[in-house]
Ligand binder design. Structure first.
Ligand code: ADP
Length: 600
């Protein structure tokens, strides 16, 4: 504020001084005008003197007196006329320095017998006449300066000091200071006509021009400061409020939860960007419109959502409610909570569709896994009982069949338990995956021959390995697990048997080794090809086709491949079988010696 007041004060001060300067210069101009008027009056005086001289020179008594030559008469006429000199002879002689003169010859009988010299004396009387004739402005005076004498209308003073009087200047006489303008009189050096004004009068006028301006200016500044200081807290408060509002808006724009306000009339008054993003409903389509019209099933949802009387109040509301919202044929699950305000109810919600789906899958999983555990256990139990009670009476083939069943079902149980364990480790991030170079060819032959032992005649397993494959970086055991899992699925989801191919080659860029497992089984619809890699996800959860499973196998495969810096995907046309592909990085080593193309 002071920063603003200071330049204002300087400006007011400067303006005041300017007004004073202007007043002084106006006074100078008035003096110049007075002097011009006085000069006119002086010229009239001179013209009058000339007229007087001419008139006198033409009068008979004067001519006769000159002609007659009586000096006493001349002096008498001079006394009678005043300010006149009568000079006998042919030359008028020089006029006196103390007056201006107008000289006219007196001619009698064709001869110049003398001269009439009419004088305008440089005296107080002349000054008084000129003053009167010039009609000077108030406070102005006239003077005639002769050398160091200043002849005023009423007194004659000595000039004590004088600046050079050009257009205007200062002069001191008789103990008083004057402002003066001057002009020479009749070209006489040292004689001037002056228009004067007392300095003190001019200064008084200048002051009265300056101080009101400075006074009013400073008064205004003081008033301005007072207003500013009285308003400052309010301005600061409003700035803080604005800042807080901006911050709140900023937070609302960037918060991850959907937030909206429904007023007492049921109109939506606020709909933040997260609410737009989660529901797909644009703020423009929702705001200032009834919630019941814009938010599907709002009446039912509002009835379910707990509304607290203040944030964090658990007395009125027992936490958020999860409600479904059907938007554009899609079911969203929202966890929503409300807090009542003076101007309505503010609702905050999160999208919990994924969690909800996972929860559904988990409960399906519990059902599936119970079934999956119970089936082999029942088989094991039955086989064990049969062997114990009728073991002796059974023929070799039946006994062998029962033992075989025990082996298969116990392996199925062990696999299931292994899957559950690995999933737990993946979830907690404790699964150990090593990174080392291993030979893909050897691993594939190994898995293929082990798998072949487990399939019947209706299934053929072919292997094709590109020649000269470099080693792979990853965990050989985990890769075996992935491959085995894909092969197991290929067998499981080809209920009518068929050909299963395992192929390994180097992907076109040469950075990765690509493993492929192709079957001729049920295939996977296009829309499901991503989702089958999700945890617990099964295409046929109710096992209508009678094929059991936990929904964990492909999830484990994807996580293992990712942990080895690889990727996995599926290509399939339903009914045409499926091709599962995964890639792992090539080891940065010299490629293994080229092996010949192998197939079976
Ligand atoms: P599951 O234990 O059910 O086999 P997975 O995670 O291994 O679990 O597979 C998930 C789902 O993907 C399976 O339920 C099945 O519907 C589908 N699937 C997996 N492999 C194949 C395949 N080779 N052919 C057809 N469907 C498959």
């Amino acid at each position: 504020m002071l920063l603003l007041a200071l330049p204002l004060a300087v400006a007011v001060w400067t303006f005041g001084n300017y007004a004073a300067r202007r007043e002084r210069s106006n006074a100078d101009q008035r003096l110049a005008a007075g002097l011009t008027a006085a000069a006119g009056a002086y010229r009239n005086e001179l013209a009058g003197a000339a007229r007087r001289a001419r008139r006198l020179a033409g009068t008979e008594p004067v001519q006769r007196t000159f002609f007659g030559g009586r000096g006493g008469n001349l002096r008498r006429i001079e006394r009678e006329q005043g300010n006149v000199k009568l000079v006998r002879g042919t030359s008028p002689g020089s006029s006196p320095p103390s007056a201006a003169a107008r000289t006219v010859p007196v001619v009698a009988r064709g001869h110049t017998v003398g001269w009439v010299v009419a004088l305008v004396p440089f005296d107080r009387g002349t000054v008084a006449r000129l003053t009167e004739a010039a009609g000077l402005a108030e406070g102005q005076r006239l003077a005639i300066a002769r050398g160091s004498r200043l002849i005023l209308a009423t007194s004659t003073e000595m000039v004590e000091a004088r600046s050079r009087l050009g257009h205007a200047g200062d002069l001191r006489a008789g103990g008083l200071g004057y402002r003066a303008v001057a002009m020479p009189l009749n070209g006489r050096a040292g004689t001037e006509l002056l228009a004067l004004q007392r300095r003190s009068d001019i200064e008084a006028a200048a002051s009265s021009a300056r101080w009101p301006i400075i006074g009013v200016g400073f008064g205004l500044i003081a008033a301005l400061l007072a207003i500013a200081y009285s308003l400052a807290p309010a301005i600061a408060r409003s700035r803080v409020t604005r800042q807080q509002r901006d911050q709140a808006e900023h937070v609302l724009d960037h918060v991850g939860d959907g937030i909206f306000l429904v007023d007492h009339e049921g109109l939506v008054r606020l709909w933040n960007p997260a609410a737009e993003a989660i529901t797909g409903l644009r703020a423009g389509a929702v705001c200032n419109r009834p919630a019941a019209e814009t938010i599907p099933d709002w009446a039912q949802i509002a009835a379910l959502v707990p509304v607290a009387s203040k944030p964090g109040d658990r007395g009125g509301a027992l936490g958020a409610e999860t409600v479904p919202l059907d938007i554009a044929d899609e079911e969203l699950w929202l966890s929503i909570v409300g807090v009542s305000l003076a101007d309505g109810t503010v609702y905050a919600f999160r999208d919990v569709t994924r969690e909800r789906r996972l929860e559904e899958l988990r409960s399906e999983f519990v059902a599936t896994i119970s079934h999956e555990l119970r089936t082999p256990l029942a088989s094991l139990h039955g086989a064990a009982l049969t062997l114990r009670e009728h073991g002796e009476g059974l023929d070799d083939w039946t006994r062998h069949e029962l033992l075989d069943m025990i082996a298969v079902q116990s392996r199925r149980l062990a696999d299931l338990i292994e899957e559950i364990l690995v999933t737990g480790q993946l979830d907690s991030g404790t699964l150990r995956v090593v990174s080392e170079a291993f030979d893909a060819e050897e691993l594939v032959w190994n898995v293929a021959s082990t798998t072949r032992l487990r399939v019947g005649d209706e299934t053929t397993i072919g292997v094709s390995i590109a020649p000269g494959l470099p080693q792979v970086t990853g965990d050989a055991e985990r890769t075996r697990q992935v491959l085995t899992n894909l092969l197991d699925n290929a067998i499981k989801y080809s209920p009518d048997g068929g050909r299963i191919d395992i192929a390994v080659d180097r992907e076109p860029e040469g950075e990765r080794i690509r493993f492929m497992v192709r079957d001729e089984g049920l295939g996977i619809p296009l829309g499901e090809q991503e989702r089958i890699f999700e945890k617990f996800y099964r295409l046929d959860p109710n096992q209508r086709r009678g094929i059991g499973g936990s929904g964990l196998g492909l999830y484990i495969c994807r996580e293992l491949v990712r942990s080895m810096n690889g990727r996995i995907w599926v290509r399939s046309d339903p009914g045409e079988g499926a091709i599962f592909v995964f890639e792992l990085p090539v080891a940065e080593r010299v490629p293994a010696p080229a092996s010949s193309y192998a197939a079976s």
